[in-house]
Ligand binder design. Structure first.
Ligand code: NAD
Length: 492
């Protein structure tokens, strides 16, 4: 039975704004099925949304924190109730397996709740009585925030911004990615409906919308997650009006497997495989290149293939046996295929992994069979580029120094992982250039919303999650009440 397409609209000043111009979003597992439509908003509509956010800010910034928390808690409860339907919609428009969509909702809600529970403590005034009187340091909201997000984790990467920004007293205009616009727009609507008009606005669209969101003088901050190249354009657009920025960008996360890693530890090997292929490898923080000590390399590869063949079952996101769904879009399929093909031409060995559960569906949809690539140079594009799909190169290293230099030889530094005896792994971990390094696990398996997340080098600027993820939406405001307000060295 065909399911009715879901039609979402822009939200401007508390109202759903129907648009004639719209774009379709297809189902990546079955591209002839249109899952829904998003609006193609214009520059004028974007300006209206920014103006509404700016107007709302003057009142919203003065509301009591208790009220903001209460409103956010109500939205959280409504999202919770609707999660089963929303997760299904996310899988249909995104291509990821249903358990994976549920996981995304669980993490998003966990963060929103954590933000509500900690915001009072994190943003409270810091009052200091000292030799020269009293100083009060307050955390003031910045103003209008433009939030721009990618398609791979649309719910997490939007709520990671919306919750702290609104709790801190900012208003927002949010733009989701056209490659997974539907479930996140319904989530944004649930949240927007719990807040006064103009506090949370949403527009969809292409370059002109993005450019307005990042250059409009009324926007005080940009919270962006996406590709490093896009971030370059955003920084340029924002430069003229010196905007605050949090940038969560690409990564090429290294996993280092030390000589004392136990290749017979089946759970650890399973965690490794998951850290390469969850969400068909389309996660910024997936382990995208694996370096294994030469003394255990052959055994590791043998066990890895064995484990991957057990865990990877590619197919319909709604089949409960499926662990790896479709790739999100044909561009991504082509890009990953070309990296693998080119590596093969240069002498790389390509091993297909796992089972394709439904070959007919596989042919129809944007599916890729996961692959392991070996026998490639350290500087092969499949090793140095962010492949963002279901393939992983595994290469040997000679000693710890070699592994550390391979891991750090990258323009990126998002997350990383070290696998082996804990103290040994910790020593190596301290020397990795990354925002997060996990020991004996990787990717979202080691993610904890209580602690800051973000990248170094070209993987980004700033942090989300944790106390830093709340402080990213405030300005420090120092109020000084000196006992001796005159400086002694200034002449009468
Ligand atoms: P993308 O950069 O192509 O798009 C991200 C968003 O930016 C989309 O909403 C897009 O419409 C918008 N956009 C495009 N051009 C713009 C412009 N000139 N001005 C303003 N907005 C513009 O990224 P993508 O393909 O959607 O996502 C994949 C990338 O995101 C990968 O590189 C991945 O590593 C990265 N990512 C990073 C994190 C992180 O936390 N560091 C998390 C998830 C994804």
């Amino acid at each position: 039975m065909a399911i009715e397409p879901v039609v979402v609209h822009a939200i401007i000043n508390g109202e759903y704004v129907p648009t004639e111009n719209r774009y379709p979003r297809e189902n990546p597992s079955n591209p002839s099925e249109i899952v829904g439509y998003g609006p193609l908003n214009t520059r004028e509509e974007t300006i209206r949304a920014i103006d509404a956010a700016e107007k709302a800010f003057h009142t919203w910034k003065n509301t009591a924190l208790d009220e903001r928390i209460e409103r956010m808690q109500r939205a959280i409860q409504k999202i919770k109730v609707q999660t089963p339907e929303l997760a299904q919609l996310l899988s249909r428009e995104h291509g990821k397996a249903l358990y994976d969509s549920h996981g995304e909702f669980a993490v998003s809600l966990m963060w929103m709740e954590h933000a509500c529970n900690t915001v009072k403590d994190v943003l409270k005034d810091n009052v200091q009585e000292h030799g020269n009187g009293r100083t009060i340091i307050t955390n003031d909201p910045i103003g209008v925030v433009s939030a721009i997000t990618p398609w791979n984790y649309p719910i997490s990467l939007s709520t990671i911004k919306i919750a702290p920004a609104l709790l801190a007293g900012n208003t927002m205009v949010f733009k989701p990615s056209p490659f997974a616009p539907l479930a996140v727009s319904l989530v944004a609507k649930i949240i927007a409906d719990e807040f006064p008009p103009g506090v949370l606005n949403m527009v969809h669209g292409e370059a002109e919308v993005g450019v307005e969101l990042t250059s409009n003088p009324k926007v005080g901050k940009i919270a962006f997650t996406g590709g490093t190249k896009t971030a370059t354009s955003i920084m340029k657009a924002a430069a003229d009006t010196i905007k605050h920025m949090t940038l969560e960008l690409g990564g090429n996360d290294a996993a280092i497997v030390l000589s004392d890693f136990d290749v017979n530890d089946e759970r650890a090997m399973r965690r490794m495989v998951i850290s390469n292929f969850l969400t068909a490898g389309q996660i910024c923080m997936i382990a995208k290149r694996v370096y294994v000590h030469q003394s255990i390399y052959d055994k590791f590869i043998e066990k890895y293939i064995e484990t991957a063949n057990k865990w990877i079952r590619v197919g319909d996101p709604f089949n409960p046996n499926v662990t790896v769904g479709a790739v999100n879009n044909p561009g991504q399929v082509k890009y990953v295929q070309s990296l693998v093909e080119e590596a093969k031409k240069r002498g790389g060995n390509v091993t297909p992994l796992g089972t394709i559960l439904d070959p007919e569906l596989f042919e129809k949809g944007y599916f890729l069979q996961p692959t392991l690539v070996t026998n490639v140079d350290y500087n092969d594009p499949i090793v140095v580029e962010e492949q963002f799909g279901p393939t992983v190169p595994i290469l040997p290293f000679t000693d710890d120094e070699h592994a550390i230099s391979l891991a750090n030889d990258s323009i990126y530094g998002l997350t990383s992982s070290v696998w082996g005896e804990t103290e040994h792994a910790l020593k190596v971990a301290r020397r990795i250039e990354a925002g997060t390094t996990m020991i004996n696990t990787a990717a979202v398996q080691g993610l904890d919303v209580r602690f800051p997340f973000g990248g170094v080098k070209q993987s980004g600027i700033g942090r989300e999650y944790g106390a830093e993820g709340l402080k990213a939406y405030v300005e420090t405001h120092v109020i000084n009440i000196p006992k001796n307000p005159e400086l002694p060295y200034i002449p009468e």
